[in-house]
Design a protein around this ligand. Structure first.
Ligand code: GRF
Length: 203
C-alpha cells in the first residue's frame, strides 16, 4: 500500500484480511512520500515493512518514482493499493503493475477529481457524493472505474463530517475491491471494468 496520510484505509484493509482466510493477499509493505504519514506508523506497529521515498532526496520526479519502484520490487508486490497517496504516478510506474494499481477517491468520479474532492463537492452544492474505487492510470483520478457507492450530502455538512461518512463507506468498499483484484476477478476492457463471478469450487 502507498499512503501519504492517516492510514485509516490501511487499517480497514488489514482488518478485512484478518477476518477472511480466503482474502487472497497480504499487505507486504507500506510506502510513503511523507515521513509523518500515519500509515507508516500503523505498519511499523504491526510489523509490516515500510518504505519511505521522499521527493526532495531525488533530483527529479522520474528519479523519485524509480526509487519507489526499486523499493517495492524486492517485496514481490503484485498489487499496489493507493490510499490518500498525494502524488501523481507516471506511465513508468503504472506500466510496472499494469491494471494492478488501485485508488480510492472521495467523490463520485468523474465529478470532483483531485486533492480537494470533498471541499469541491461542498462548494458546488451537490446533494449526493460518494466513493469511487478505480484502476490507476497516469492521469489525475481518470482510470477505469471499478466500483462506486453514493453518500448523501446533508444540510450543515462540513469537510470533516462529509469525509467521515464517505470514509465509513470507503472502509467497507475498498477492501472488497482489493479482494476482487487479488482473486483476479477484475478485467479492464478499454475504459470499462468487468467484474467476473467467483470461480466455482470443484465438486
Ligand atoms: C481517503 O478518504 C481517500 O479517498 C482519499 O484520501 C483519504 C485517505 O485516508 N484519497 P486515509 O489516509 O486512508 O485515512
Amino acid at each position: 500500500m502507498l499512503a501519504s496520510g492517516r492510514g485509516s484505509n490501511l487499517l480497514a484493509l488489514l482488518d478485512a484480511i484478518d477476518a477472511d482466510p480466503d482474502f487472497g493477499g497480504q499487505v507486504v509493505v507500506v510506502g510513503s512520500d511523507r515521513p509523518q504519514a500515519g500509515a507508516l506508523q500503523h505498519a511499523t506497529d504491526r510489523g509490516i515493512a515500510t518504505l519511505l521515498v521522499e521527493p526532495p532526496d531525488h533530483p527529479d520526479r522520474a528519479a523519485w518514482e524509480q526509487a519507489l519502484i526499486d523499493g517495492l520490487r524486492p517485496h514481490d508486490v503484485e498489487v499496489v493499493v493507493l490510499a490518500g497517496f498525494m502524488r501523481i504516478l507516471s506511465t513508468a510506474f503504472v506500466d510496472t503493475w499494469p491494471d494492478r494499481i488501485l485508488n480510492t477517491h472521495p467523490s463520485l468520479l468523474p465529478a470532483f477529481p483531485g486533492g480537494h474532492a470533498v471541499r469541491d463537492t461542498l462548494e458546488h452544492g451537490v446533494k449526493v457524493s460518494g466513493v469511487t474505487v478505480h484502476l490507476v492510470d497516469d492521469g489525475v483520478d481518470t482510470g477505469a472505474i471499478i466500483a462506486q457507492r453514493a453518500v448523501d450530502v446533508l444540510d450543515g455538512d462540513d469537510e470533516q463530517t462529509l469525509h467521515a461518512r464517505i470514509q465509513d463507506v470507503e472502509h467497507v468498499l475498498y477492501p472488497q475491491v482489493v479482494r476482487l483484484l487479488c482473486h483476479h476477478r477484475i478485467e479492464r476492457r478499454g475504459h470499462h471494468v468487468h467484474v467476473h463471478p467467483p470461480a466455482k469450487e470443484p465438486s
